[in-house]
Design a protein around this ligand. Structure first.
Ligand code: ZN
Length: 241
């Protein structure tokens, strides 16, 4: 049996599936991983992304933060790929209980997924740091420089910056989803980013499926290891017959 056939069988028999995904899920939609080696260190920015995406940098160099953020983190025209669509379809069929994602692009919701736990927040939510008024992504894109609220306050994206902690409620929901899952599919992540990577330790179901093009520290624990493109794999299992 091929990997695809095995996965298909597992998904057909599964009562509850949870998906945990990282940047690799969105690269097929044309959103590059900002941590990727060929990227930013060779570009016009003087600091590494971990610095430019930190909370202290945001406060001290807000204009430069937004220049980088708009340039490298926002892809308003990106469309969901087969991975997003397949997961939305599995949820519609009642099999998939939650998508846990490290991405901030909102593509799972755009594909139709409802229960999406965004560990790092969302670029689609933004708020004034003074009066908490909410703003859409559009406001950030359209602002000439630093986006300002009608009250004059600074607008920030509702994304988790370096130096900031993850949202405890989201983490708790994600941990519970992992613990209750019968099948856990992990895809498009190297599982190196702490503490999100620690989440999969909550899973004890015995059907861990890892789909990633490169090696991960958890490969040895996988019950099914697929070293393929995630969109193609999930698409073939769910969307194509
Ligand atoms: Zn305000």
């Amino acid at each position: 049996m091929t990997n695809i056939q095995q996965l298909k069988t597992i998904l057909q028999n599964a009562g509850s599936i949870v998906f945990f995904g990282g940047a690799g899920v969105s690269t097929e939609s044309g959103i590059p991983d900002y941590r990727s080696a060929d990227g930013l260190y060779n570009t016009k920015y003087a600091h590494p992304p971990e610095t430019m995406l930190s909370y202290s940098f945001f406060l001290r160099h807000t204009s430069e933060f937004y220049r980088f953020y708009r340039d490298k983190m926002l892809y308003p025209n990106a469309q969901p790929n087969k991975a997003h669509l397949a997961l939305a379809e599995l949820e519609k069929r009642g099999k998939l209980k939650a998508v846990v994602t490290q991405n901030i692009d909102g593509l799972h919701q755009q594909a139709g997924s409802v229960n999406v736990l965004e560990l790092h927040g969302s670029a689609h939510r933004n708020y004034c740091m003074d009066c908490k008024k909410q703003y859409p992504l559009e406001t950030i894109i359209r602002a000439e420089d630093v986006p300002r609220c009608s009250c004059g306050g600074l607008i920030r994206p509702d994304v988790v910056l370096y130096e900031e902690g993850l949202d405890g409620r989201v983490m708790e929901k994600a941990a519970r989803a992992m613990r209750d899952a019968e099948v856990l599919i992990v895809g498009g992540t190297s599982l190196n980013v702490y503490p999100a990577s620690g989440l999969i330790r909550y899973y004890g179901g015995g059907k861990l499926i890892l789909i990633n093009k490169s090696e991960t520290p958890y490969d040895a624990y996988a019950d099914l290891l697929i070293r393929e493109n995630i969109g193609e794999t999930l698409g073939a299992c769910v969307l194509e017959g």
